[in-house]
Design a protein around this ligand. Structure first.
Ligand code: SF4
Ligand code: SF4
Length: 350
C-alpha cells in the first residue's frame, strides 16, 4: 500500500497539470447548490463541499445522451441506417467523489456491464474514468452509509482515496489508475506509510462513530418477496408522495431511462434521458395499459427495487449506499431509513 502526501499549496498546480491528460469533474457551486460538473479551464474542485445535491453519476450516464443517429437524406450512402455517434473516451477524472458515490458506481455496473449485455456507452465512460475519492471527515446527519455496506472512508470503487488533514492530503493509492493520475499531476510527496495508515485508520474510526443514523438490514434477505410486496404499509408510505421524482434523480444508484427520437431536417437522432419509476408515464404501455398506474404501486416499486429485488437478484447488498440525498430532498419527508426499518422487521399477519 502506497501513501503520498499532497501539500495543499501544491494542489492547484497538480490539478492544472492533470488537465493536460484528463477531463476533470468535481464539486462546484451552481445556483447556490453544490453539484458535480466538468471543470472549466480555470475552475478547481471545491473539496470543502460535503453536500453535493447530485452525485457524479452523470459523468458515466449523462442526463441526456445521444446514442444513435441516421441521415434521412436518400442521396447519402447508408441513409436511414442508425449508427453510433462518435463517443468521447479520452481519460477523465472525478475529483472529490465521496466513497458512497464510488460504491454506487459499482452497484450500477452490475446493471450496465453483465455477462449477457454490455452497455457500451456506460462501460466505455467507466473505463475512461479515474475516481479520486475524498474521505468524509464529518458525515452529515442523514448519512447512513455504514448501514449500507459503505462508509465515510470506504475504498470500494475508488482509484485513490484522499484524506484531508487541513494543510495537506494523504493520498492512499488503491489501483494502477490512481497511481497514473498522481504521476500525471506530478504529486509525489513522500509520506511515512505506516504512520499515515495509522492516522487514516484513526480518522476512519472517528468518522464512522460520528454516524448516528443506523438502519437495520439484516433480515431483508430472508423476508419473503411476496409477503413484502403484499404488505399493508405501502398505502401509508405512499400517501404523502407527490411523485415528483426528486428521490430518483438525486440518487447515485438510480439508472432508469427513457428513449426518444428527434428529427431535424434530414437527420434523426435517438437519445436516452433519465427517467423515474415514480412517474406514471414511465411504465405506460403503447396499448394504454399501465402496470404501475397507482401511486402506491410506484412507491412500492422504488423501495422494493432498492431494498429487496436488487438484494435477491445480485446478493451484493441493497441498491442504496446510504448517501442520504433522498432523505434530505424529498419535499414530503419520505425517509428510506424508516421504510427499510419497517421492511426489515415486517412479519405478515397469519
Ligand atoms: S422525492 Fe418524495 S415526494 Fe418526490 S417522488 Fe420521491 S418519495 Fe415521492
Ligand atoms: S436511495 Fe436515497 S440514500 Fe440510498 S443511495 Fe439513493 S439517494 Fe442515497
Amino acid at each position: 500500500m502506497k501513501v503520498i502526501k499532497i501539500d495543499k499549496n501544491d494542489w492547484t498546480r497538480g490539478i492544472d497539470k492533470s488537465r493536460e491528460t484528463y477531463q476533470l469533474f468535481g464539486p462546484v457551486t451552481d445556483k447556490n447548490q453544490s453539484v458535480f460538473k466538468q471543470l472549466g479551464k480555470d475552475a478547481y474542485p471545491e473539496m470543502g463541499r460535503t453536500d453535493t445535491i447530485m452525485s457524479p453519476k452523470s459523468v458515466l450516464f449523462p442526463q441526456t445522451e445521444k446514442i444513435l443517429t441516421a441521415s434521412l437524406d436518400e442521396s447519402v450512402e447508408n441513409h436511414h441506417i442508425m449508427q453510433m455517434p462518435e463517443t468521447d473516451t479520452t481519460p477523465r477524472a472525478v475529483i472529490g467523489i465521496r466513497p458512497y458515490d464510488a460504491k454506487a458506481v459499482q452497484l450500477v455496473k452490475l446493471n450496465f456491464d453483465t455477462p449477457e449485455y454490455r452497455d457500451t456507452y456506460w462501460c466505455d465512460a467507466y473505463e475512461a474514468t479515474t475516481f479520486v475519492g475524498l474521505a468524509v471527515n464529518q458525515p452529515s446527519a442523514s448519512d447512513f452509509s455504514t448501514s449500507m455496506g459503505s462508509g465515510p472512508f470506504a475504498e470500494e470503487g475508488l482509484d485513490l482515496l484522499l484524506v484531508d488533514l487541513d494543510d495537506h492530503y494523504l493520498a492512499k493509492v488503491l489501483t494502477p489508475k490512481g497511481e497514473t493520475f498522481l504521476d500525471g499531476a506530478g504529486f509525489n510527496g513522500t509520506a511515512d506509510t505506516d504512520a499515515s495508515l495509522k492516522t487514516i485508520q484513526g480518522m476512519k474510526e472517528a468518522a464512522e462513530a460520528a454516524i448516528t443514523s443506523l438502519v437495520p438490514t439484516d433480515k431483508l434477505k430472508e423476508k419473503s418477496l411476496l409477503d413484502l410486496h403484499g404488505a399493508p404499509f405501502w398505502e401509508d408510505t405512499a400517501f404523502s408522495c407527490i411523485n415528483c421524482g426528486t428521490c430518483t434523480f438525486v440518487c447515485p444508484t438510480c439508472w432508469c431511462f427513457d428513449i426518444q427520437d428527434e428529427t431535424k431536417g434530414k437527420s434523426t437522432s435517438r437519445f436516452r434521458n433519465w427517467d423515474s419509476c415514480m412517474s406514471p408515464l414511465f411504465t405506460m404501455h403503447g396499448s394504454g395499459h399501465n402496470p404501475r398506474g397507482e401511486k402506491t404501486q410506484r412507491v412500492r416499486q422504488r423501495f422494493m427495487h432498492k431494498l429487496k429485488y436488487f438484494l435477491d437478484k445480485y446478493d451484493q447488498g441493497s441498491m442504496c449506499v446510504g448517501c442520504g440525498r433522498c432523505v434530505e430532498k424529498c419535499p414530503v419527508n419520505i425517509d428510506i431509513r424508516s421504510i427499510c426499518n419497517t421492511m426489515n422487521s415486517y412479519e405478515p399477519q397469519k
